[in-house]
Structures are given as C-alpha cells and as structure tokens.
Design a protein around this ligand. Structure first.
Ligand code: UT7
Length: 331
C-alpha cells in the first residue's frame, strides 16, 4: 500500500464584519419592500455594509490576523495565501497579493480563486491539495467579499440579500491522525453563467457611460432558478463527500452551509434529513456575504464552543457560475 499524505487540519479561524448595520427597515425607506417580506422570504434581518474609505482587503486583513492568532502561527512562517473572492480591491493584482503586503508576509505565494459564493470552499480545496502534496506546510485560506459595491439600491429583488464580510482559516499539515479534511468536492455548470452575474465591466462589455446609465454594473439574478438548483446541487454534493469519507448524515455533528436564504438552508436540511439544530444559521445578522459566509459562520461556531474534538462538520456552498462544493472535516 502506498503511504498516504497527512490530512490538512484547521489550526485556527477568524472573521470580520463592517461596523455599519443596515436593517430591513432601513432598506424599506429606499426601496418598495418591508421587514416582513424580507424576513419571511429570506430570514435576513440586517446586514453589514463596508464604509466607502475601506476595501475588501481591509476586512480580509482583520479576519486573517484573527485566524493567525487563533492558530498561534507567526505571519513570518506563513507559506501561502489563497483568497476566495469575486470582489477584489483591484481588477489586478489579486486580493491575495494585496493582503500579503498588508499582513507583512514574506516567503509566501498568494493568489485568488473566483468561484463567487463558493470561493472559500474552492480556496480551501486548493490549499488542502498543496498541503497534502507536501509542497507546503501551511496556508491562509480567505473568503472575503464586498458585494455592497455591486448592488443596485433601486432593485429590491437583489439589494436586500447581500452584505459584506471576511472569514479566514489557517490550514496546516496534520499528524497522520484521523483529524482533518476528509473529503472535498467542487462542481460547476457554466451554462447558468447568465442566471447570476454582473453584466458589464468585463471584457465582454467594458464600462461605458451607457453601461453605467443602464445600471449594468450591479448584480443581476434570476432568484427562483438559483434557489431550485442550489438546493438540489448542495444536497447531491453533500451526500457525495460524506460517502467518499465513509460517513452518513447521521455522523454529521454540524452543517455550516452557505448563508443565502433560510428557506434554501431549511430545504437542504430537510432533504438531508438533518435537524435544524445541527445546522448553522447566521444570515439573520449578515445576509448573504458570498465567499465569506461559510468561514464567518465556521469561525462563530468554533468560538462559541459548538465544535468539539472529533466532531464531523459538513461545509457546503453554492453560487454564481453556477459553482458549488462541499467539504467534510473531522475536528
Ligand atoms: O448565493 C447564491 C445566490 N443567491 C441565492 O441563493 C438566492 C436564491 N433565491 C432566493 O433566495 C429567492 O428566490 C429570493 C429571496 C431572491 C426571492 O424570493 P421568491 O420567493 O423567489 O420571490 P419572487 O422572486 O418569486 O418574488 C415574489 C414577489 C414578486 O411579486 P409578484 O410578481 O408576485 O407581484 C416580487 O416582485 O415578491 C416581489 N418581491 C419583493 N417584494 C417585497 C421581490 N423582492 C421583493 C422585496 N420586497 N425585496
């Protein structure tokens, strides 16, 4: 039998949200909506919005510093930064590079992965493979998005859903025990690209006065279509990672799902036959924070002591692309 590489383990986590809170009632003053509609259709009560003077890297920096501190890892010993984001500070260079400089990391390589709301899971998977190959001994994995900059505040079907945040995890090589990332799967279906996207600003339709006037630099979404495919896909991929890990849904201590809509999460839990008291929900406070949603929720439950040693935690996400993924971790 060939020797298997040690699994990657989560050494620490951190998260950060902007201080500015925007409630449903605040939104009802600018678009034709209500707290009642938003709460019953989505579960969201409030979200955080980043101040104009700050950028994605500022949130990512705070989350990363907290994760490094939690892991007890000196930034000088960090070997890689992999950032999941679709809203970096600049078109280029990457958020990873900007963050690396802000952290003061030296002997690292950094890059971004763009898988929208699944960005953290994609970044986690890449870091896991680098570590298991033996190429690196640790990595900082970040999920950070500031979607408030891409919202049309006149479109009630999208502006009520999203918020800004950053989450991070420090991953390291395990000790050949049974802890760590047991299995991760990623999947995409690019035929849905224009079901959830930003129409202008890329090479297909560069920014012009007309694109700005037509409000094409903000999120367009066919919410109903996303909803349907999200539930189906996350159920399917969650079952697959569990099967690959030799586990069943009854082994899962906690599910940390992408926080897009409470009804999506409840439908997923029902299909997986996992009671909601084993499913993490924090979207009432933050809305959908894209790539940050899974690592922020994970950090909150870790710090609240809801994860014990040996617990099996299932992460899953779904978003633009469509891109989705799941990961099963033994803590
Ligand atoms: O991260 C992954 C990306 N995103 C998602 O996963 C989101 C997936 N989709 C969803 O969460 C839901 O589809 C939404 C929350 C976006 C929408 O909920 P829905 O139950 O699918 O509502 P709907 O789009 O069918 O709209 C129902 C009604 C419509 O009015 P009519 O046509 O029935 O008269 C909308 O115009 O609700 C209206 N509506 C609103 N009313 C008050 C839509 N947005 C609002 C609003 N306030 N904010």
């Amino acid at each position: 039998m060939t020797q298997t590489a040690p699994r990657s383990v989560i050494l620490g986590t951190g998260s950060a949200v902007p201080s500015k809170v925007v409630t449903n009632d605040d939104l009802a003053k600018i678009v034709d909506t209500s707290d009642e509609w938003i709460t019953t259709r989505t579960g969201i009560r409030e979200r955080r919005v980043l101040e104009d003077s700050k950028a994605t890297s500022d949130l990512a920096l705070l989350a990363s510093e907290r994760a490094l501190e939690d892991a007890g890892l000196d930034v000088g010993d960090l070997e890689a930064i992999i950032a999941g984001t679709c809203t970096p500070d600049y078109q280029f260079p990457s958020l990873g590079c900007v963050l690396e400089a802000k952290l003061g990391a030296k002997e690292v390589f950094s890059f971004d992965v763009n898988a929208a709301c699944s960005g953290f899971l994609n970044a986690l998977s890449v870091a896991d493979l680098f570590i298991r190959s033996g190429r690196i001994g640790n990595a900082l994995v970040v999920g950070s998005d500031v979607l408030s900059r891409y919202l049309d505040w006149q479109d009630r079907s999208t502006c009520i859903l999203f918020g800004d945040a950053a989450g991070a995890a420090v991953l390291g090589a395990g000790d050949n025990g049974d802890r760590g990332i047991l299995s991760t799967r990623l999947q995409t279906d690019g035929s849905y690209a224009e079901t959830l996207y930003i129409r202008a600003g890329g090479t297909k339709k560069p920014a012009t006065q007309e694109t700005v006037e037509n409000r094409e630099h903000s999120i367009y979404m066919n919410g109903k279509e996303v909803f349907k495919v999200a539930v189906r896909s996350m159920e399917d991929i969650s079952r697959r990672v569990l099967e690959e890990a030799g586990l069943g849904v009854e082994d899962v201590s906690l599910v940390v799902p992408h926080q897009a809509n409470r009804r999506i999460i409840a439908a997923l839990a029902a299909r997986l036959d996992i009671p909601m008291d084993r499913v993490v929900v924090n979207l009432d406070r933050y809305g959908n924070t894209s790539a940050a949603s899974v690592p922020v929720a994970l950090d909150e439950v870790r710090r609240a002591g809801r994860i014990a040693e040996g617990d099996i935690v299932l992460l899953n996400a779904f978003g633009a692309g469509f891109a989705w993924g799941a990961s099963v971790i033994r803590f």
